[in-house]
Design a protein. Structure first.
Length: 453
């Protein structure tokens, strides 16, 4: 078979017309003719594709398959394409939005929609367009757009209560970022620099005035955030991986939101087995699963909602497995950090007995297919642990509320203690991951002082 014939066979097989090669063009349907055009372009392997509604006549199943294929090959074969906005957002790993020959923003589709860094991008991306809000004390010439994660793109701030989400909600998932304060137009990070992420988990809020096992979860959470703000003001964001409320009490979520309103860093939330998704959404807004994708340019952070509505075990059914797989494809080779509440394997602690997630084999089959997943962050177990699962490194943080004593002879209900609130500091540099754990050691008696700072 000649090289030309081989390329023709490969291209026509991709668009599923290899069985129609002997049929004349006039004998083919509109959708088949469109596939011929796509196959001709792919067989030539050009450096740039200029596309205008390239899949409008394809059936829905083939459109989905073609978009997935395009995302995979455009990264591995260094293909570039120019397309209409909707197609670019669904087919591309990275999108450059231009006006008058000038690039306004270059980012992933997940970043362009919720975190535009230019006014033109904010008003162009999305249907309907982003709303404009007049900040208090400013005239109409100072109008500021607010996008779905509460990010201000100019002067002024959103409502302290966070009532600034003007994008339509997605049914299956929506980025849940609580960031009521002004963020500069430079975005979350600069490419090539070390990036710091704060991982907090299991605050287990209760209603105001109540305690949990004799402790005040809200105060312990406040102390944690105070320490983060003093020591890690240079962090890019905060991830909170579930069990936000101990019993899913709406009053607990209201208190959590009130405390987060004073945080100056972007905060991304997901839920755990103790949470109530409806109660959380009733306070924080949005619909569907509480998960997010954060584009840090050099890294992609994927925050998963693992709550099962019928048990305390974690799960990723209802389209979440497919959503995770799609995000890993969109990473296009960049390193990925996955964060979620449940631990998808046995930690070999007697009182835990087994893994606390359903379909763990399916989870690892997805993350193993994509070598970009470099590290995973967990909560749930209230113990500090680290290691590797199925060849991927992980850290589990013990949280800010109650902690479990590692009693190796305890096969029943574990012992709870109130050690100092704990959180992890995750350093991302190139493809490297380093995790430091804050355990309140700075509050202990000093046995040898250090040098002056």
């Amino acid at each position: 078979m000649t090289e030309i014939a081989s390329k023709v066979r490969e291209a026509t097989a991709i668009v599923e017309i290899d069985h129609l090669l002997k049929r004349r063009l006039s004998q083919r349907s509109g959708g088949q003719r469109q596939r011929v055009t796509l196959a001709r372009a792919m067989a030539r392997a050009p450096g740039l594709f200029l596309m205008d509604e390239p899949m409008s006549n394809l059936d829905a199943k083939l459109r989905v398959a073609m978009r997935s294929w395009w995302r995979l090959t455009s990264g591995s074969m260094r293909r570039c394409s120019m397309s209409l906005m909707i197609k670019a957002m669904t087919m591309s790993a990275r999108v450059a939005l231009m006006k008058h020959g000038r690039v306004l923003q270059y980012a992933s589709p997940e970043a362009l929609y919720p975190t535009p860094t230019h006014l033109e991008v904010a008003t162009f991306i999305g249907q309907p367009s982003v709303n404009w809000i007049d900040p208090a004390g400013c005239g109409r010439e100072d109008r500021v757009p607010h996008c779905s994660r509460g990010r201000s793109l100019g002067r002024g701030r959103p409502d302290i209560n966070g009532h600034h989400n003007e994008r339509p909600h997605q049914v299956t998932q929506r980025n849940t970022c609580f960031s009521p304060h002004f963020l500069p137009e430079s975005g979350l990070c600069k490419c090539g620099a070390m990036q710091k992420i704060i991982h907090i988990t299991d605050p287990h809020f209760v209603a105001p005035g109540k305690t949990l096992y004799g402790i005040d979860p809200a105060q312990r959470f406040r102390d944690t955030l105070d320490h983060v703000s003093r020591v890690h003001a240079d962090a890019k964001l905060i991830l909170i991986t579930g069990d936000l409320a101990d019993t899913g009490d709406p009053a607990a979520y209201v208190l959590l939101r009130e405390i987060l309103s004073a945080v100056r860093l972007p905060v991304y939330l997901t839920i755990g087995n103790h949470d109530d998704r409806s109660a959380f959404r009733g306070v924080f807004g949005g619909e569907g699963f509480v998960q997010a994708v954060v584009d840090l340019h050099d890294w992609l952070v994927v925050l998963l909602d693992t709550k099962d509505d019928i048990s305390h075990f974690g799960c990723l059914n209802g389209g979440r497995f497919e959503w995770l797989q799609d995000q890993l494809v969109r990473a296009a080779g960049r390193p990925v950090l996955v964060a979620m509440h449940h631990t998808p394997a046995d930690l070999y602690v007697p009182c835990f007995k087994t893994s606390d997630m359903k379909e763990t084999d399916r989870f690892f089959s997805i993350v193993r297919k994509n070598a970009s997943v470099r590290h995973m962050l967990f909560g749930h177990r209230h113990v500090a642990a680290a290691g590797s699962l199925s060849g991927i490194s992980f850290t589990a943080s013990r949280g800010t509320a109650q902690h479990i004593v590692l009693d190796w002879e305890q096969y029943g209900k574990p012992i709870f203690v109130a050690a100092a609130p704990s959180y992890d500091v995750v350093m991302l540099d190139g493809s490297d991951v380093v995790v430091h754990r804050h355990e309140g050691l700075d509050q202990l008696p000093v046995i040898r002082p250090g040098d002056p700072k």
